[in-house]
Design a protein around this ligand. Structure first.
Ligand code: PLP
Length: 358
């Protein structure tokens, strides 16, 4: 056994999820979103496992550089684009495609020496109100970029949905309604849908789709599991029982004593804490798997460990494996217990946790 905690990532699950996404969007090319260390799954190993994707998307330049240095030759899109001439030169050297979402970026491109070979993704803000040109700015931005990138297939349009996971698709319809008149008559490749859009908003499918969470087998919808969409959890976060002890009724456990033994209790101490990325907001009662059985968290998550109430489980021994989430315990469920979204749990997995691609 090397190390107590690890994130086991199943290559076959990543690949199966890519196929499932392709089946949902059969006419689209897939830009696999691997930003934030591939949502905690490991940037390089995930990109290698997903070599069949048509392109990769990352948020930042450094992530794109890491992909190129690892030998990834597929198109790589920088979703936030670049901010200065030095970054632009680096992106151009490595042939990283750029999202262009503000005037400053057009000016950088215009000042750049030599025509960019990169594909440019003009980002329109149709209602997220974070990044992107407003609809009334679209024409002007398009014309300036057209001069920089005359090859029609290399100037594309992208927008991002703010509520694709909502039961009521009316905000998505509103966003699509703002996009439609801008691109009418243009021969242009479009990209609109993230995971939720791919799974629930077929009207948002276009030449390109941009799945992140779904690739990792996880549902972007509150109250639903990836498995309900035919997806397979790619990551299992597992650790080890490092001590077993008994406490008397009434004894308090952990920092702050937020949990008191309601009866004589057996506790298993597992090497997993917020230093590994486990959220401290997970409350007592949140489940962890030991063997095939669920044991409730007892007291606060510490930096390096948690306590589980295993009184009702068959005997637990030092060295036993514990699953924090994964194939046996959906990360969606743990996220709900922590009152957050599975994205946050996955991205929080820290440097201390080795990733094992199996
Ligand atoms: C992160 C991101 C995605 C992927 O979103 P998921 O909900 O994980 O599928 C797609 N597009 C953009 C612009 C993003 O920033």
């Amino acid at each position: 056994m090397t190390g107590l905690i690890r994130a086991r990532v199943e290559r076959a699950a990543l690949q199966a999820n890519l196929r499932t996404i392709r089946a949902c969007a059969p006419a689209s090319r897939v830009m696999a979103v691997v930003k934030a260390n591939a949502y905690g799954h490991g940037l390089l190993s995930t990109a290698l496992a997903l070599a069949e994707a048509d392109a990769f998307a990352v948020a930042r330049l450094e992530e794109g550089v890491a992909l190129r240095e690892a030998g990834v030759r597929r198109p790589v899109v920088l979703l936030e684009g670049v901010l200065d001439a030095r970054q632009l030169a680096e992106a151009a050297r490595l042939e990283l495609d750029l999202v262009v979402h503000q005037e400053l970026q057009i000016a950088l491109l215009e000042a750049f020496r030599g025509p960019p070979r990169l594909a440019l993704w003009l980002k329109v803000d149709t209602g997220m109100n974070r990044l992107g040109f407003r609809p009334q700015e679209f024409r002007g931005a398009w014309q300036r970029l057209r001069r920089l990138q005359p090859e029609s297939s290399r100037l594309r349009v992208l927008t991002h949905l703010a509520g694709a996971d909502e039961e009521d698709g009316s905000y998505t319809a509103e966003q699509l309604g703002r996009l439609q008149p801008l691109i009418a008559g243009l021969d242009v490749e479009l990209s609109i849908a993230n995971s939720a859009g791919i799974l629930a908003q077929p009207q948002a499918l276009a030449a390109w789709v941009r799945p992140g969470l779904a690739l990792y087998g996880v549902s972007p919808f509150a109250g639903r599991l990836g498995s309900q969409f035919g997806l397979r959890a790619a990551m299992t976060l597992e650790s080890t029982v490092i001590a077993v002890r008994e406490v008397a009724a009434g004894e308090r456990v952990g920092y702050g004593g937020t949990w008191r033994a309601p009866r004589r209790s057996r506790l298993a101490i597992v090497a997993a804490g917020y230093g590994d990325g486990l959220l401290r907001s997970l409350p007592s009662g949140a489940p962890v798997l030991i063997g095939a059985r669920r044991a409730p968290l007892a007291g606060r998550v510490s930096m390096d460990m948690i306590a589980l109430d295993v009184t009702d489980l068959p005997p637990v021994s030092v060295g036993d494996r514990a699953e924090l989430w994964g194939t046996g315990l959906p990360v969606e469920e743990l996220a709900a217990a922590a009152r957050t979204i599975p994205y946050e749990l996955l991205c929080a997995v820290s440097q201390r946790v080795p990733i094992e691609l199996v």
